[in-house]
Ligand binder design. Structure first.
Ligand SMILES: [Zn+2]
Length: 644
């Protein structure tokens, strides 16, 4: 079961990204609070607090085939006792075994598997999350087994030893995983007295060998940890089912009322993992896999303290931008980078890091200093740009449409997201969380921008090229690395000698939808109707009578009898569509950020243009694509690239 490192937000991903302000937020009455929810969401929501202080969110979805539940416990590996690394994660495993009510081992997992579902759990720095999905008519019995995790689990000595081995084999697997290795290296190069420094998963050595040497009984420590930390007031439950809210409420009250509430105070971990000695460093590390990665980290004020202002979203939208004039655009043109992501990385209420992750090409690997020079030049540009409001407005519009019109996610993913949010956000924001910045604050943005400095940077550079050239080894995963100090004067030198490239803010995005109204449909239409028929074209239309979102889908078939008449013409048709896609590439990023997607490809009778996304600006995109088709001309330089 995962104890996974937190991932950096992918820039430009509309799900966590950015767009136009919509009308007043839609809210749902849920007992004493109103929960902001997507405007096309027909599901029922109810917040319930049981007498034992367990906070629950019930979601009723008559259309669902799968039911799901997730329990978030606000305790993670930051709470591991010193010298017993991995105890919180180990406990997560042990709860799956058996309970007093269901003493047969694995009866929970077996029941779920036999009823069309799956189970999992993960342990993070400050929380542990248990979850499952199951056929919707089996929710009652599944929940009864699940609730026993938190009421009366059995942690037999026999199972304890076997499960330590399971934790150890999970760790063995992680030893070969670069994300785990690099995450731990970042933790290792931090203050030893901060819990961020800890090894989260545990292994045979920490949970068995070293525990014994210290005279500790791991099983007794486990029970102690469970008894003192697993208190109902630190838990958040989400249950998703087909039943009515009243029925779900009865069910949850019955099954979960016996969880003990010991009134445990929420944990907090003040202080920052980085002291000055952990900054201004360049760490060269040897990964398991081929490839070169540059990770640039800056300690920043946690975004959670001002998530309505969303400074990190604003900054990652720009640093992670891929349009003309962006950092990635320039690095790609130089042939140095394959991808670039920017966003908030590991964070808590007390500390946070802003991360920029660049996958370098072999050539880019030789230009690390120039790449960093360009990054710092772009950051300077942002610091001096005066945070234009129109960029925030675009971002807000993108985020709002992303939240209000996203497709339904599988119930199991949905419940895990929400139960995790419940620990962090007030009830009204349980669904929306920090996904939509709504208050424009130039100061909040400027404050974080001013934290991205050469004085506080941490650079992690991974490449096989460093093999044999490093002297140190990270203790838990054995990653080879070296550390050099990089004073700000060196970085200024890199900024000075980086190539003169035209870095600038993005231009306005013409594809962001502003009209999200729905066209009313009078009657149910089963078949597409022909709207137009001429000598050259036919046009069919079918209104959506099922999903009710302001989205459209266009498919245009171009019949070209000669396109597949010989091997040569088939190849030419293929090259033609590739060239078209290539010419349209300048629009691709803006369109995608705004939730519009298109593709041009050959088919049996010619070629086909497909478009999907928000209806409002689809016409702009369609006209752009058709325009390119009409004025098609072969440019020699691009032709030779495509041909190759
Ligand atoms: Zn695990």
């Amino acid at each position: 079961m995962d104890s996974r490192p937190r991932e950096t937000d992918a820039p430009g991903d509309p799900a966590n990204g950015a767009a136009p302000p919509l009308a007043a937020a839609v809210t749902a009455a849920t007992g004493d609070v109103e929960i902001i929810r997507p405007r096309n969401d027909k599901r029922g929501y109810r917040r319930v607090v049981l007498p034992n202080s367990l906070e629950c969110l019930l979601i009723s979805d008559p259309d669902t085939d799968k039911a799901a539940a997730s329990m978030n416990v606000s305790v993670g590996y930051f709470c591991d006792p010193d010298g017993l690394e991995g105890l919180a994660h180990f406990l997560e495993h042990m709860l799956f075994y058996a309970s007093e009510k269901y003493p047969e081992e694995d009866s929970y997992s077996k029941y779920i598997a036999e009823h069309g579902g799956s189970t999992n759990a993960f342990t993070s720095s400050e929380h542990t999350n248990f979850y499952f999905d199951v056929n919707s008519d089996s929710l009652h019995d599944a929940l009864d087994r699940f609730a026993q995790f938190f009421i009366k689990p059995l942690m037999s000595p026999d199972a304890t030893l076997r499960e330590i081995k399971a934790v150890d084999s999970e760790n063995q697997k992680n030893l070969l995983s670069d994300p785990w290795r690099m995450s731990q290296l970042q933790k290792h190069l931090c203050a030893e007295n901060h819990p961020y420094h800890k090894f989260s998963t545990g292994n045979w050595n920490t949970l068995e060998v070293k525990a014994k040497e210290k005279g500790l009984d791991t099983r007794l420590e486990l029970i102690k940890f469970y008894d003192s930390h697993y208190s109902a007031n630190l838990m958040q439950l989400v249950v998703y089912g087909k039943d009515s809210l009243d029925n779900l409420q009865n069910l949850v009250e019955n099954k979960f009322c016996d969880i003990r509430d010991v009134g445990r105070k929420p944990f907090s971990f003040p202080g920052h993992p980085c002291t000055p000695e952990h900054l201004q460093v360049l760490v060269k590390a040897v990964p398991i896999k081929q490839g070169h990665t540059l990770r640039i980290l800056f300690p920043i004020t946690p975004n959670i303290r001002c998530y309505k202002e969303g400074p990190c979203k604003y900054i990652s939208h720009l640093i992670g931008h891929e349009g003309e004039g962006s950092l990635f655009y320039v690095l790609k043109k130089l042939g140095w980078a394959m991808s670039l992501e920017a966003g908030e990385g590991d964070w808590s209420h007390d500390f946070s890091f802003f991360c920029v992750v660049i996958q370098l090409t072999d050539v880019g690997q030789e230009h690390m200093e120039d790449t960093l020079g360009l990054l710092f030049r772009y950051i300077k540009l942002l610091q001096n740009s005066g945070t234009p409001k129109w960029i925030f407005d675009e971002l807000q519009a993108i985020c709002e449409t992303g939240f209000h019109y996203r497709d339904k996610s599988p119930p199991i993913n949905y419940v895990v997201n929400i139960s995790s949010n419940m620990q962090i956000f007030p009830p009204k924001d349980w669904l929306i969380a920090s996904s939509v910045p709504s208050k424009f604050s130039p100061d909040a943005i400027q404050n974080v921008l001013n934290e991205l400095t050469p004085e506080t940077v941490r650079i992690f550079w991974e490449s096989k090229k460093f093999e044999g050239k490093t002297k140190l080894a990270e203790p838990w995963y054995g990653t080879s690395y070296s550390v050099e100090v990089v004073p700000p004067s060196i970085i200024q030198k890199w900024v000075g000698k980086a190539p003169e490239e035209d870095l600038h803010l993005p231009k306005r995005n013409i594809f962001i939808p502003s009209d999200l109204s729905l066209r009313s449909v009078e009657e149910k239409v089963s078949f597409p109707a022909m709207l137009r028929k001429t000598q050259f074209s036919r046009l069919w239309y079918k209104p959506d009578t099922m999903f009710f979102t302001p989205k459209a889908y266009i498919k245009m078939d171009f019949h070209c009898p000669l396109s597949q008449s010989s091997p040569e013409s088939a190849v030419l048709t293929d090259v033609f569509t590739r060239l078209l896609m290539d010419y349209l590439n300048d629009y691709a990023y803006d369109a995608q950020v705004a939730g519009l997607y298109y593709v041009v490809k050959p088919n049996d009778t010619g070629f086909q243009v497909t478009m999907v996304g928000f209806n409002d600006k689809m016409r702009t995109l369609l006209e752009t694509v058709i325009g390119k088709i009409a004025e098609f001309e072969v440019k020699a330089d691009r032709f030779s690239v495509i041909k190759g």
